[in-house]
Design a protein around this ligand. Structure first.
Ligand code: ZN
Length: 247
């Protein structure tokens, strides 16, 4: 089974389409979506439609999905994020908002080996940035491998006894995951990368062979096109500018 792993698409249709074209070439059987379909970008409806068309086998909500659906107050967000999510809520139809509201809260366990969440298994809104956060998250995880998003930073944390790699030295070639011991993995953000690399990020997990193999992909996309959509929608300029810096 090959899983396509998508996180933090953030209404960036240009990035999502480039990722899906690349993923088609890589080949995959099933899709996992780790939340934040909307917010920041200017194509929320199209991104929701594209994502649903993939018929994900597991999908969890992100904090932007929650606020957009009215499940949490936008007052929790900074000014730019709030402006963006209010615009998104006005743009989407009632049916699309309902769909966001019904996205399941993570974590979601797929198999004994595999779990997904948006922030951390113990708190969907928690940011896992360092090995201390990761140790807490690994402790709380029910699956041996837990994929998370939310920080928009690719990262792989394993236990001290069985270390693999930690950001920022992640390889771009296929990575063989440890046969034993837990690992906590962030494949990065499709629609708003924040590691200084503007290319869209996603992952493919190959669980068909005896070893689990992970490929962290980076895909160049039409950043100018996504920026033009943001500016055309009257969203804050900073949201357009940050895409080309990957921050
Ligand atoms: Zn996000």
């Amino acid at each position: 089974m090959r899983y396509l792993i998508l996180s933090d698409i953030h209404a960036n249709l240009h990035a999502l389409d480039a990722v899906l074209a690349d993923a088609e070439l890589q080949g995959y059987d099933a899709t996992l979506v780790l939340g934040d379909l909307v917010g920041y970008g200017a194509d929320p409806a199209a991104v929701i439609a594209r994502t649903l068309a993939l018929e994900p086998v597991a999908m969890v909500r992100g904090n932007h999905d929650k606020v957009c659906a009215g499940l949490e107050p936008a007052a929790l967000f900074n000014d730019v994020a709030r402006h963006s999510i209010e615009w998104t809520a006005e743009t989407l139809s009632a049916a699309e908002l309902r769909l966001l509201a019904e996205l399941p809260k993570g974590p979601c366990q797929l198999t004994a080996d595999l779990e997904i969440c948006h922030g951390a298994p113990f708190d969907e809104d928690y940011y896992v940035f360092d090995s201390g956060d990761a140790a807490r998250a690994i402790e709380a995880s029910q699956g041996r491998l837990c994929f998370f998003g939310h920080t928009h930073l690719p990262a792989l944390f394993a236990t001290p006894e069985d270390p693999v790699l930690q950001d920022p030295d992640l390889p771009t070639e296929e990575l063989v995951l440890p046969r034993t011991g837990p690992a906590l993995i962030n494949v990065g953000s499709v629609g708003q990368p924040r590691d200084g690399d503007a290319r869209a990020a996603y992952g493919i997990l190959d669980a068909t062979r005896s070893a689990l193999r992970l490929r962290l992909r980076r895909v160049a996309y039409d950043v100018a096109g996504a920026q033009a959509r943001i500016r055309g929608a009257g969203l804050p300029e900073w949201l357009a500018a940050r895409l080309e810096r990957g921050q």
